[in-house]
Design a protein around this ligand. Structure first.
Ligand code: SPQ
Length: 452
């Protein structure tokens, strides 16, 4: 075997997950708490903030634009809001690393400012499609340059007068919706910007705008904001991220003897597709202590091992579970029978092509996984050990780590450094829950040599 990648996970086969764990704060809500806190009037106090590279990229971008931000310190952040028109020109490009949410939401928020901004990112972000935001923003009057392929870097020209827009989104995307709503705050002349979605997507921006006292109107599948109002600082308690909890839900479902509770997880109905799909597959998931914290529903989630069966994934669940498919593909690989996913072509333009990269990895572990243009067909069977490449995609890396719970030999996962974008401390927390996982550079003797 070739020597392992400098940031590889090595995961021993077998074991089960048990006890109680709290995964880090929700990435989507953490981004938005900084963005809205920065353009609010007054001081916003955030707790439970995700100290991951993606949300820190957003935080640093606002510091570069003159916003005074204290923290993060154990998830606490204080943002001294500068109001809708108080941001200042950054002296250098905003480097948003791996974070699509930062770039797409900021494109909207910055399109109506008086100054120019350039936004860059890493190799993965530099390949991701931005026309989905630059085109509707151009219809609002924004001037944004991208590469000929419509990818970053983005140069936003300041000083343009934004018009309101009534936009019907061609794809279900919370990032596009949020981008346009944020641009809509800056439409000139107290006008109303509306976005119609083809299917419901996460609604954290809308909920949080209301939390900051900004009126948001719903007209069936249409959500609208009018310019001319203000945001008032507030307190935000960020729940644990259901997208991070999803790896553990799958791990506990597939590993015999598991009984794991995930604490304080956000269960906003626009994010709970993973629970609905796992239950359809026969998972044993209990929702406990349901409560509402700062406008977002939260609960503890108890998961016990169960025998899963293959299913045809309902298309209406796809946008509600869009980030959880890497984990769900592992569940499908361990289920009896065939699982069929369609309508998920968006997975091809995430941090990696999540359909192809997951299919390649599953094949390497002996699973019959057939990628299709908009999904995958997976026939559950025994997982072997082996070596897979995450292609720098955090969610792929964590999904294959959970696969080891059911594998017959160790699994090596290459290129895992980006796990820190959404889940700092993953290895430690996974170990605490019962996974035998190491990073390269440590003693591997605890791992039984298998088929690698
Ligand atoms: O920020 P980024 O890189 O786009 O992150 C991802 C992820 O897996 O963490 C997607 F790759 O999550 C997106 C998600 O897929 C976060 C998000 C949001 O916070 O609004 C919305 C979803 O993207 P989209 O394109 O469906 O709007």
């Amino acid at each position: 075997m070739n020597s392992a990648h400098p940031h590889a996970f090595l995961v021993a086969p077998g074991g089960h997950l048990h006890g109680s764990v709290r995964v880090p704060g929700d990435k989507s809500i953490s981004h938005r708490s900084i963005m809205l806190g920065a353009i609010a009037e007054g001081t916003t106090h955030i707790t439970g903030f995700l100290e991951g590279e993606d949300s820190l990229a957003t935080l640093n971008a606002f510091r570069q634009m003159g916003v005074h931000i204290e923290g993060p310190h154990h998830g606490r952040v204080t943002v001294q809001g500068v109001g809708l028109h108080g941001l200042r020109a950054p002296s250098a490009p905003l480097n948003l690393g791996n974070s699509g949410t930062s770039m797409r939401l900021l494109a909207g928020l910055l399109a109506g400012q008086a100054f120019d901004v350039v936004m860059t990112g890493d190799d993965s972000l530099s390949r991701r499609p931005m026309r989905r935001v630059t085109e509707p923003l151009a219809q609002m009057g924004a001037r944004i340059d991208a590469t000929a392929a419509g990818t970053p870097p983005l140069h936003i020209h300041g000083g343009t007068r934004l018009q309101a827009l009534d936009y019907v989104m061609p794809m279900a995307s919370a990032q596009v919706k949020s981008c346009l709503l944020l641009a809509g705050l800056y439409a000139q002349g107290d006008l109303t910007t509306c976005v119609t979605e083809p299917a419901p997507t996460r609604d954290h921006t809308e909920r949080m705008l209301r939390g900051f006292g900004y009126p948001v109107e719903y007209k069936s599948a249409k959500v609208c904001v009018s310019s001319g109002h203000r945001l008032t600082a507030t307190s935000i308690d960020v729940p644990a991220d259901i997208s991070s909890a999803a790896f553990f839900m799958v791990g506990a479902s597939i590993a015999a003897g598991s009984d794991l509770t995930l604490e304080h997880v956000g269960i906003n109905p626009t994010r709970t597709g993973v629970i609905n799909i796992l239950r359809l597959m026969g998972a044993n998931i209990e929702i406990l202590r349901e409560r509402e914290i700062g406008g977002e529903p939260v609960a503890d989630i108890r998961v016990r091992a169960s025998r899963l069966r293959g299913v045809v994934i309902p298309r209406d669940q796809v946008p509600l579970a869009i980030d959880e498919f890497p984990a769900l593909f592992i569940a499908a690989a361990c289920a009896d029978g065939e699982t069929v996913l369609t309508g998920a072509e968006e997975l091809r333009v995430k941090e990696s092509d999540r359909i192809q990269v997951m299919a390649d990895g599953l094949l390497a572990l002996g699973i019959d996984a057939r990628p299709t243009p908009d999904g995958m067909i997976i026939r559950g069977s025994s997982l072997s050990g082996g070596r897979v490449n995450s292609h720098g995609d955090h969610r792929i890396a964590m999904a294959f780590a959970m696969a080891a719970l059911r594998a017959s030999g160790p699994i090596v996962i290459d290129d895992c450094a980006n796990v820190a974008t959404s889940f700092p401390g993953f290895v430690e927390l996974a170990r605490r829950a019962g996974l035998t996982i190491d990073m390269t550079g440590v003693d591997h003797s605890s791992l039984t040599p298998g088929s690698i």
